[in-house]
Design a protein around this ligand. Structure first.
Ligand code: NAD
Length: 364
């Protein structure tokens, strides 16, 4: 029996509620696929500030380091908003985790289920039948981290400078992640750049084309970022995997989350430098936050957390069949008409977090 060690960090707000359902689904996967998950739970975020005085205790980091993946809830909330910015849960927990594990690849699927197209703000005819686009965003380079970076008085005028830098090796490694993801999907990759203006983008495009020779089964095309922003709205069904550098990916992945419709449905993965024969170490978490407005009411949608566990199985643990079983169970439950409040519509049945989780676990 294959065995995996997983760090489970539920965090704050709805985090523990939706994590309990992800654990329930993983237990169903263990039985069906003869796998063993050693789930080691640790505090993070506001919960850790309250108990340990710091958003990312050393013990939590140790547990993460000894695991094959991190299943993360979300952190933050009004209680900790008055702390100095560098002590606040997101800044003091997520950013150090990203840095510590070199999480350079952010994967965000924007999935609009055929039965939930009404939740998309796009016109019905554009989203009919649903869509499933995966955005692969470079997370540790580009304009956000390049040096020099300053805002100062220069010759009597305030002047701000940010620097966009990419090394070829950084582009190569994120391109490999995107091509491999495309191989596991519909085998189409759209690389985003601004090669008509930016030197960074010229190197980006050239490098992605070079890497594509190693993936002859994947069809590659290129779009300028401004055109991509339009095409994603005009025809989201026309995309499979979208690959972008940090800034472009930041903007496009949020645009895609919006057109998919419901935040409580969207998982994400941040993959790191550590590779194993089975996949890549990573942190898997819902795209949304701690939803303080509904925390403690038992009504949060657990699907984003459950689909994050599916991404963990696919990208970190090399268990794509188990991942598919979860995704299939989610589709089945949506098709059967069960809805948490955030995705409820007339003619469907409203359920709470636990009932939704139990239905998905039963469908695995
Ligand atoms: P949010 O994503 O928590 O909530 C936005 C809206 O979406 C709310 O109305 C909420 O009820 C709803 N929502 C989100 N997830 C849902 C779910 N699973 N089911 C049903 N409804 C859901 O964003 P926010 O209100 O801007 O942030 C709240 C807190 O979360 C803040 O402290 C913020 O810093 C933190 N946050 C953390 C992360 C993270 O840990 N990665 C990410 C984003 C925000």
């Amino acid at each position: 029996m294959k065995s995996f060690r997983i760090a489970v960090l539920p965090g704050d707000g709805i985090g523990p509620e939706v994590m309990a359902e992800a654990r329930r689904v993983l237990a169903a996967v263990e039985t069906k696929f003869a796998l063993k998950f050693e789930l080691n739970e640790a505090r993070v975020g506001g919960a850790a500030i309250d108990a340990d005085g710091h958003a990312l205790p050393a013990e939590t980091l140790r547990i993460c380091g000894e695991s094959e993946a991190i299943l993360f809830g979300s952190v933050g909330g009004p209680k900790w908003e008055s702390l100095p910015p560098h002590e606040q849960p997101e800044r003091a927990a997520l950013l150090p985790l990203r840095k510590h594990f070199g999480l350079f690849a952010n994967l965000r699927p924007a999935i609009c289920f055929p039965k939930l197209t009404h939740a998309s703000p796009l016109r019905a005819d554009l989203v009919e039948g649903g869509f499933d686009v995966l955005c692969v965003r470079e997370l540790t380079g580009g304009l956000y981290f390049g040096q020099p970076k300053y805002c100062r008085d220069e010759n009597g005028e305030m002047t701000a400078v940010d620097t966009m830098v990419y090394k070829k090796s950084e582009i190569e490694r994120i391109a490999h992640v995107a091509f491999k993801a495309a191989q596991g999907r519909r085998k189409r990759l759209t690389s985003i750049d601004k090669a008509n203006v930016l030197e960074n983008s010229v190197l980006w495009r050239k490098t992605v084309i070079e890497i594509s020779a190693q993936y002859p089964d994947v069809t590659l095309n290129h779009l300028y970022v401004d055109n991509a922003a339009m095409q994603l709205i005009r025809n989201p069904k026309g995309f499979d995997v979208v690959l972008a550098e940090n800034l472009f990916g930041d903007i496009l992945s949020d645009e895609m989350a919006m057109i998919a419709g419901s935040l409580g449905m969207l998982p994400s993965a941040s993959l790191g430098l550590k590779e194993t024969p089975l996949g890549r170490f990573g942190l898997f978490e819902p795209s949304g936050g701690t939803a303080p407005d509904i925390a403690g009411k038992g009504i949060a949608n657990p699907i984003a957390q459950i689909l994050s566990a599916a991404m963990m199985l696919r990208y970190a643990l090399g268990e794509p069949k188990a991942a598919e079983a979860i995704e299939c169970a989610v589709r089945g439950v949506i098709d059967s008409g069960l809805r948490t409040s955030d995705i409820f519509s007339e003619g469907t049945r409203r359920v709470g977090t636990a009932e939704m989780g139990a239905a998905i676990a039963a469908g695995v």
